[in-house]
Design a protein around this ligand. Structure first.
Ligand code: KIV
Length: 267
């Protein structure tokens, strides 16, 4: 079935779960990428703090600032028509307790024009999630592997504590999160949680039974410099294609064949 053409809302995502239509989410960090992904029918654009790694070249998401997230979110909102735009609250802004996180989330929503925020955590974030939702700020809760807690978790590891995952996902839903994102979770656990929740789940490294899937777009398109996680499927190799295209340009400049007469102005 082709995706609906009207703008994606919380309600449309809920309907998609009820109708067993899978939700597609990808990261976007700028106008051009947002426009391309939106044109291609992606349902949700995530302005992920993964930009710290794939755009800024850090080894974790921790150095990303709030001002940087707001800047990139503004670019993405400008590029999207149909897709819902969700913005990550960067470390430590999603973990500062109810009042401070509410203030930051409101600022993100107001300054960027995005439709929702994502914050890491489940049960321990229930009070914060409820406060944001009560203030009219839609929330996605990110459970399982929480990259902002990579040091506390002892690295980027599969999260196998089923009891904790279930508790986090249910607490986030009860607090009002409209969606639960699960990262690096055994597929059987992700399926059981997806079956139990009434809100949609989005998986990354969480197997095929979530209500939707998300990937970092650089990973999907073969643009990532360095290692790509096991759970990624690469549908293109744009990195090598770009290297070749630029090598062709270099060659044409150096041998004098660019620009030719058609690419020049005449008197
Ligand atoms: O920051 C991000 O891109 C994310 C995805 C990996 C889900 O949180």
């Amino acid at each position: 079935m082709s995706p609906p053409q009207s703008p994606i809302t919380i309600r449309s995502l809920q309907t998609m779960k009820q109708q067993s239509q899978r939700i597609t989410m990808l990261t976007a960090y700028d106008f051009t990428m947002a426009r391309l992904l939106d044109d291609a029918g992606v349902d949700v654009l995530l302005v992920g703090d993964s930009l710290g790694m794939v755009v800024q070249g850090h080894t974790t998401t921790i150095p990303v600032t709030l001002a940087q997230m707001i800047y990139h979110a503004e670019l993405v909102v400008r590029g999207s028509h149909r897709a819902m735009v969700v913005v990550d609250l960067p470390f430590p802004h999603g973990q500062l307790g109810v009042r401070k996180t509410l203030k930051v989330a409101a600022r993100v929503l107001k300054k960027t024009g995005c439709q929702a925020v994502k914050l890491e955590g489940g049960a321990e974030q229930a009070e914060t999630i409820a406060a944001l939702v009560n203030a009219g700020i839609p929330v996605i809760a990110h459970v399982g592997l929480r990259p902002q807690s990579v040091h506390a978790l002892g690295g980027y590891r599969v999260q196998r504590d089923g009891e904790r995952l279930r508790r986090d996902a249910l607490a986030a839903q009860s607090a009002g999160a409209f969606c639960v994102l699960m990262e690096c979770v055994p597929r059987e656990l992700a399926k059981a949680i997806t079956d139990e929740l009434t809100v949609p789940t989005i998986g990354i490294g969480a197997g095929p039974d979530c209500d939707g899937q998300v990937l970092v777009t650089h990973d999907l398109l073969g643009l990532t410099v360095g290692r790509v996680p096991k759970f990624v499927r690469q549908t293109a190799q744009l990195g090598p294609a770009m290297r070749q295209a630029v090598a062709d340009y270099n060659q044409s400049v150096r041998d004098g064949s660019f620009p030719n007469d058609d690419e020049s102005f005449n008197v």
